[in-house]
Design a protein around this ligand. Structure first.
Ligand SMILES: CC(C)(COP(=O)(O)OP(=O)(O)OC[C@H]1O[C@@H](n2cnc3c(N)ncnc32)[C@H](O)[C@@H]1OP(=O)(O)O)[C@@H](O)C(=O)NCCC(=O)NCCS
Length: 349
C-alpha cells in the first residue's frame, strides 16, 4: 500500500545539494528549467510555455507537500524537483498489499545533466525513507527511451520489476519499465504474483545440471514431495537410476524449486501421429513445488528443454497421469503449444 507521507518542513542535505519543500519565491528558477523543451517531455509532461503554468504547478507542489525542491548549494538555485509520489495500480499489485511504499519521480535542469546530481539526491532520499520513515519498498519508473533516467535508477540500486504501457499527460502511450527497490534492512521476500514480473526472472535462476550427488539428492527429495502431494496417479519416488539427462532445474536461494528431464528415442512402431524412424524426445518428468506454481516456472523449464533438443528432434512427447487433467491440458496445449494426441480413460465398476 501507499505509505502516508508529507514533507512537513523536512530538509535533507547532501554534499552539493539541499532538498527542501518548494516556496513561492522559487517560481523564476522553476520556470527557467521547466520551460526548456525536452526536459519535462522525458518524464511525460509538456515543457511550460508560460509562467502562469509554472505557477499552477508550483501551487500544487506546495499544497501537496510531497515534492522536494533540489537546491544547488553552490549558487542557491532551484535546479530540479524530486517527488515522493504514490505508486499507481495500488489495487492490482497484490504483492505490495501488506507493505508500505511510495514512488520516486524527478526532474533536473538540462544545464546540470551528467554531473551525477540526481543519483546524489535520490540516494539521500532513499536513505531517509528506508532508515527514518521505515518504508518497505520504493518504485521508480522510466519510459523505454529515457536511458539517462534508467541509469539514475540503476546507480541507486533499483531493479526492473514490471513492463507497463503508460498513458502520459500529453496523451501519448509509452512503453515503460517500473523499477523496484526493497528496503535491505527488512529482509522482505515478496511473492510476485504476475508471471511477467521482471524481478522474478532475476530471483529464480535456471540452469542445465549434471547428475552430481547434490542434484540427485535434491531431485529424489522433490519426487518424495510430489508423491506426498498425491496429485498424480501411480507416482513412484525416483531412485538415482530413474534420473536422466538432459536436465534443467529452477533454483531459488541455492535450492532447487523445479526440474525437468527426459530422454531421446527413435520411434519404432508407427502411431496415428508420428512416422516410424522419427527422432523424438520424451519428457519423463516436469515438477515445480506448490508455492512456486502459476508463476511461469514450468513454462520456462519446458522452453529451455525445447530449445536444447529442437535441432536434433522432430517431436517432443510426454504422457501425463496428473489427477487435475483439465489444468494440465491447459498448461501443455494452451501455454506450451503442444498438440493433444490420445487419452486413456477408465471407469471404476
Ligand atoms: C534523468 C535525469 C534526472 C538525470 O540526472 P543526472 O543528474 O544528469 O544523472 P547522471 O549524471 O547520473 O547521468 C545519468 C545518465 O544521463 C546521461 N547523460 C549524462 N550527461 C548527459 C547529457 N549532458 N545529456 C544527455 N544525457 C546525459 C548518461 O547516460 C548518464 O549515465 P552514465 O553516467 O552512466 O553515462 C535528467 O536527465 C533529467 O532531468 N531528465 C529529464 C526528466 C526526466 O527524464 N526525469 C525522469 C523521468 S523517469
Amino acid at each position: 500500500m501507499n505509505a502516508i507521507f508529507k514533507l512537513d518542513g523536512l530538509v535533507l542535505e547532501t554534499e552539493r545539494l539541499i532538498l527542501r519543500p518548494f516556496k513561492q519565491s522559487d517560481l523564476d528558477d522553476f520556470h527557467e528549467y521547466a520551460s526548456v523543451e525536452g526536459v519535462g517531455e522525458m518524464a511525460g509532461w509538456k515543457h511550460h510555455e508560460t509562467k502562469e503554468h509554472t505557477q499552477l504547478i508550483l501551487d500544487k507542489f506546495i499544497s501537496n507537500d510531497k515534492t522536494f525542491a533540489i537546491v544547488l548549494k553552490e549558487n542557491n538555485k532551484v535546479i530540479g524537483s524530486l517527488g515522493i509520489e504514490e505508486y499507481g495500480m495500488e489495487e492490482k499489485l497484490s504483492e505490495f498489499f501488506n507493505y508500505n511504499g511510495r514512488e520516486i519521480g524527478y526532474v533536473l535542469s538540462k544545464d546540470y545533466w551528467g554531473k551525477e546530481i540526481m543519483p546524489e539526491a535520490v540516494k539521500t532520499v532513499i536513505d531517509y525513507l528506508f532508515n527514518v520513515k521505515n518504508l518497505d519498498f520504493l518504485t521508480c519508473g522510466y519510459y523505454d527511451f529515457n536511458i539517462q533516467s534508467k541509469r539514475v535508477q540503476e546507480k541507486c540500486g533499483f531493479k526492473p520489476y514490471r513492463k507497463l504501457v503508460i498513458e502520459t499527460k500529453i496523451g501519448t502511450k509509452e512503453q515503460s519499465i517500473l523499477n523496484l527497490l526493497i528496503n535491505p534492512k527488512k529482509k522482505i521476500e515478496f511473492i510476485f504474483s504476475h508471471p511477467e514480473t521482471l524481478i522474478w526472472k532475476e530471483i529464480i535462476k535456471y540452469e542445465s545440471r549434471k547428475l552430481d550427488d547434490d542434484t540427485v539428492k535434491s531431485l529424489i527429495e522433490l519426487s518424495k514431495q510430489w508423491q506426498e502431494e498425491d496429485c498424480s496417479y501411480g507416482m513412484i519416488v525416483n531412485t538415482k537410476d530413474n534420473l536422466r539427462k538432459p536436465l534443467y532445474v529452477a533454483v531459488k536461494n541455492d535450492k532447487i524449486i523445479g526440474y525437468i528431464f527426459g530422454h531421446y528415442y527413435k520411434l519404432e512402431n508407427k502411431t496415428s501421429y508420428i512416422e516410424v524412424g522419427s527422432n523424438c524426445f520424451m519428457i519423463d518428468e516436469i515438477y515445480v513445488i506448490p508455492s512456486y506454481r502459476s508463476k511461469g516456472v514450468g513454462k520456462e523449464l519446458f522452453k529451455l528443454m525445447e530449445n536444447e533438443i529442437k535441432e536434433s528432434c522432430d517431436y517432443i512427447t510426454l504422457s501425463t497421469s496428473t489427477k487435475d487433467y483439465k489444468k494440465i491440458l491447459h498448461f501443455y496445449v494452451d501455454e506450451l503449444d503442444m498438440n493433444f494426441h490420445s487419452a486413456f480413460l477408465i471407469k471404476d465398476l
